[in-house]
Design a protein around this ligand. Structure first.
Ligand code: 4NP
Length: 170
C-alpha cells in the first residue's frame, strides 16, 4: 500500500482497451462529481494493445454518457501490486493473474472483482468482455461498469465497520 493519504485504484482487464478504461473513466467521472480525491489508472494483463488508445466503441459509448477515457494501454506489472491500494479485476481470469502477480511480488494491494460492488450482480461476477461483440455489448458493459463503480465509490466512503483497517481481504 502507498503512503499517500489519497486512495489509489487500478482497474485491470485483458487488453486494457475496453472494460478497464471504461471503469477508469467512469470512476474518475463519479469521484470528481462527488468531490472525492482518488488516484485512478487502468492496465491489462496482456500486451497486444500496449500504447494504444481505448477501442473506438468504448470511446463512443463513454462519450455518449459524457465520460472521457484518458490514457493509453499498458501492461500491469509487479510494482502495481504495491503502488496501488486497490487493484480491481474485470473478471475471474484477470483476478487469477493478479493474485499470482501479487503473491510473487509480495505486494500489498487489495484485490477485488469489480462486480463485487454491483448491486444487481448475480452469482457470475464477471464483467462480460465486449471486444468481439457489437455496440450493444459496449452499452451493456457501460451500464455494469457504472453501477459497479457507484458501489465501489460508496464502499470507499463507508467501509464495513467490522473490517480492521489495513487488513487485506485476499
Ligand atoms: P478488454 O477487451 O480486456 O476489455 O480490453 C479485450 C481487448 C482485446 C482483446 C481481448 C479483450 N484481444 O484479444 O486483443
Amino acid at each position: 500500500m502507498t503512503d499517500s493519504a489519497v486512495t489509489s485504484i487500478l482497474f485491470v482487464c485483458l487488453g486494457n482497451i475496453c472494460r478497464s478504461p471504461l471503469a477508469e473513466g467512469v470512476f474518475i467521472h463519479l469521484a470528481n462529481r462527488a468531490e472525492v480525491d482518488v488516484r485512478v489508472d487502468s492496465a491489462g494483463t496482456g500486451s497486444w494493445h500496449v500504447g494504444e488508445r481505448p477501442d473506438s466503441r468504448a470511446l463512443a459509448v463513454a462519450r455518449a454518457h459524457g465520460v472521457e477515457l484518458p490514457g493509453h494501454a499498458r501492461r500491469v506489472g509487479a510494482s502495481d501490486m504495491s503502488d496501488f491500494d486497490y487493484v480491481i479485476a474485470m473478471d475471474r481470469s484477470n483476478l487469477a493473474h493478479l493474485a499470482a502477480l501479487r503473491r510473487s511480488s509480495h505486494g500489498s494491494a487489495r484485490l477485488h472483482l469489480l462486480r463485487e460492488f454491483d448491486s444487481e450482480a448475480g452469482r457470475n461476477k464477471d464483467v462480460p468482455d465486449p471486444y468481439y461483440g457489437g455496440r450493444r455489448g459496449f452499452e451493456e458493459c457501460f451500464r455494469i461498469v457504472e453501477r459497479s463503480c457507484r458501489g465501489l465509490l460508496e464502499s470507499l466512503n463507508h467501509p464495513p465497520a467490522h473490517a480492521p483497517s489495513g487488513e487485506s481481504p485476499r
